[in-house]
Design a protein around this ligand. Structure first.
Ligand code: BG6
Length: 281
């Protein structure tokens, strides 16, 4: 995909083939390579017009997960241009850190009349990618929101993919009118159109895929109690112009969020939430 207009992307390079690429449109992480192996899925037909949400990587969903009467699906954070609050720098360990910011403007106030500030920190270490979102209420009134990191993981072969750690959880099946069910499987696999929100998930989950290349990722979360697992499968993939027809065989979205029960922030308060993806070798 073409995403290279100068000034639009930030590259974090930790050396030894460990890199992350972030687009200012949506502060979307486009790529995360660990020792040369790409861990994120990016659609070949993704659109980089600084308008549409980027199909792949890690779009930031705020202030609303899902369809939204006040604005676009999944809110506006993923389609706004973020600013760089602190440019990339290396710390004493060689880890690379960058901070992005998004604040209310005329356009956001017109659809959602709250003053806010989002600070999004991305840290690249030798084996992990840490993404921290802090929502600040800068208004004089309370505000409510949901948020999520829409992480598109690259899977070498969906047949080998599984998530460990969801057994026993209640999930909301978005494809069955939000019907709730209990997950009975120790290893959650996906072989059809899948759109479920797992409630009160453990703070550590293992995501296994492979075998060539082996991608085992530990997902660690903070203040993201819900985990959305999404794959559009064949038919729905074809309906999305920016999604490759066979892309569904190479990806799975595992999306940590705070989506089932919105957060209310009083004036001046903040909410911090975080996902860490850790490569297991
Ligand atoms: C997931 C939702 O998070 O995102 C799905 O659970 C939705 O319902 C998917 O289809 C993709 O959304 P969008 O707006 O990026 O096409």
């Amino acid at each position: 995909p073409q995403y290279h207009p100068a000034g639009d992307i930030i590259v974090l390079d930790r050396g030894e083939g460990t890199t992350a690429v972030i687009h200012l449109h949506g502060a979307t992480v486009l790529s995360w390579k660990c020792h040369g192996v790409e861990n994120l899925y990016m659609s070949q037909s993704a659109v980089f017009d600084n308008k549409k949400a980027i199909r792949g990587g890690i779009p930031v969903v705020f202030p609303n997960f899902g369809p939204w009467p006040l604005g676009p699906q999944h809110g506006f954070a993923r389609i706004k241009r973020w600013s760089i609050a602190v440019p990339p720098r290396k710390d004493a360990n060689g880890d690379v850190i960058v901070l992005f910011m998004l604040e209310a403007d005329e356009e956001t106030l017109a659809m959602w009349n709250y003053k806010f500030r989002l600070v999004y920190t991305v840290v690249l270490t030798a084996t992990s990618l840490m993404s921290t979102l802090v929502v600040h209420n800068k208004d004089v009134k309370s505000l409510g929101f949901t948020c999520l990191l829409h992480t598109y993981l690259r899977v070498a072969d969906l047949k080998h993919f599984r998530i460990e750690g969801l057994q026993g959880l209640i999930y909301v099946d978005k494809l069955k009118n939000g019907k709730e069910k209990k997950e009975s499987r120790e290893f959650v696999t996906v072989c059809k159109n899948y759109d479920r929100v797992y409630k009160d998930a453990p703070k550590r989950l293992n995501i296994v895929s492979g075998p060539e290349p082996v991608r085992n990722i530990e997902l660690v979360t903070f203040n993201f109690p819900d985990i959305v697992v999404w794959n559009p499968w064949e038919e729905k993939a074809k309906e999305m112009p920016d999604f490759d027809d066979d892309g569904y065989t190479e990806m799975i979205c595992v999306e940590p969020g705070k989506v089932l029960v919105p957060i209310t922030l009083e004036a001046g308060q903040q909410y911090e939430c975080k996902q860490t993806l850790i490569c297991q070798f």
